[in-house]
Design a protein around this ligand. Structure first.
Ligand code: SF4
Length: 346
């Protein structure tokens, strides 16, 4: 496991971020509630959970790219000492791509099929005024393609002339076009076969080390988390279930949802056995159960779970979980600086 320097500067700090979706004639869907985390220079933070847990909503909230019916209702997104929620749309446009860039899911859908890959990367550079000189833009496109392992001679080809892995590499090159400090990778390996997936993960790891990138890595694949991440935020039904370093999440998980997720993940070092699945489905966000959102599926649920939502507790140093069964560490409360969202260590 890589160790992030404790004193590495915090680049991005999210405090009590909540997002709703408005649907005509229905109660608002509380898609995110009080999300807290911080991302240090060079850190890879995994955002993990089943489909519909709020991972992508969180990323779109950070980029302020929510669909028209999405509203950030509270919180702060502090990036290099600015709250992104206070910026004008124009100022936010400068932050996107130059400071925080995104690798979108599904490279074939994200790339425009009628333009060459080189032109699409050049557009990202020009649109964000990173470089304006035409020759310098072309040089930067070639540099980026080579950085992700694509020969310069492929820059004038169209997306359909690239393999799936090359398209994903091109998406990574595009995200790096303006040399951002933070990259959001939204399920970047989902549609790829395992060999190509391994190559893309290796490439992202190399780029993180070479460029000092900080990465928010959205995934539902715990194998990818083990491979790539330093810290992990486990989400369930729009709230934080557990937040800790990757070693703690895999070896000493406290939240029943994290424990069940790990049980549902095959262990290749043990004899083959039937895979376990978590019964039931994630909650509908506009029809949430009372109390703990995981209660209808939790094997340990008891009376209190069905009436009272558990707050996020400090479990021990740099480990947080929201469950009534977790013994809170009395020295770590939302009022103390160790708590996520209080500009201290994780
Ligand atoms: Fe399960 Fe109750 Fe803990 Fe929720 S609060 S995870 S239902 S034990």
């Amino acid at each position: 496991m890589r160790t992030i320097k404790r004193d590495a500067p915090i680049l991005l700090e999210v405090n009590n971020l909540s997002t709703d979706f408005l649907v005509a004639g229905q109660e608002p869907a509380h898609a995110l509630v009080d999300i807290n985390f911080r991302l240090r220079e060079g850190e890879v933070l995994g955002i993990v959970g089943e489909s519909g847990c709020g991972k992508t909503t969180l990323m779109l909230s950070l980029m302020r790219l929510l669909p028209a019916n999405g509203r950030i209702t509270s919180g702060q997104i502090n990036f290099m000492n600015n709250d992104l929620l206070d910026l004008s749309e124009r100022e936010m446009g400068d932050v996107r791509w130059k400071n925080i860039a995104m690798i979108f899911q599904g490279a074939m859908n994200a790339l425009n099929p009628v333009h060459t890959v080189g032109r699409q990367i050049a557009e990202a550079i020009i649109q964000h005024n990173y470089i304006t000189d035409k020759k310098a833009v072309t040089d930067r496109v070639v540099e980026l393609l080579e950085l992700v392992g694509i020969g310069a001679e492929r820059k004038d080809q169209y997306p359909h002339q690239y393999s799936g892995g090359m398209r994903q590499r091109a998406m990574i090159a595009m995200a790096l076009a303006c040399n951002p400090q933070v990259v959001i990778a939204d399920e970047p390996t989902t549609a790829l076969d395992v060999m190509i997936q391994a190559q893309i993960l290796e490439l992202l790891g190399t780029l993180r080390d070479k460029l000092g990138l900080s990465i928010l890595f959205v995934t539902h694949d715990l194998g990818v988390v083990a491979e790539m991440c330093d810290t992990v935020l486990v989400m369930y039904g729009g709230v934080t279930a557990e937040y800790a370093n990757v070693d703690t999440i895999f070896n000493a998980p406290q939240h029943p949802y994290t424990q069940e997720l790990l049980r549902a993940f095959p262990d290749l070092t043990k004899p083959m056995e039937k895979l376990i699945s978590i019964p039931g489905y994630p909650p509908r966000l506009n029809a949430l159960p009372a109390g703990c959102r995981f209660a209808p599926r939790c094997p340990h649920a008891f009376g209190r779970c069905h009436v009272e939502a558990p707050p996020l507790h400090g479990v021990q140093d740099r480990h947080f979980a929201s469950c009534h069964l977790v013994e809170p560490e009395s020295n770590i409360s939302p009022e103390t600086p160790e708590f996520p969202g209080k500009s201290n260590e994780l």
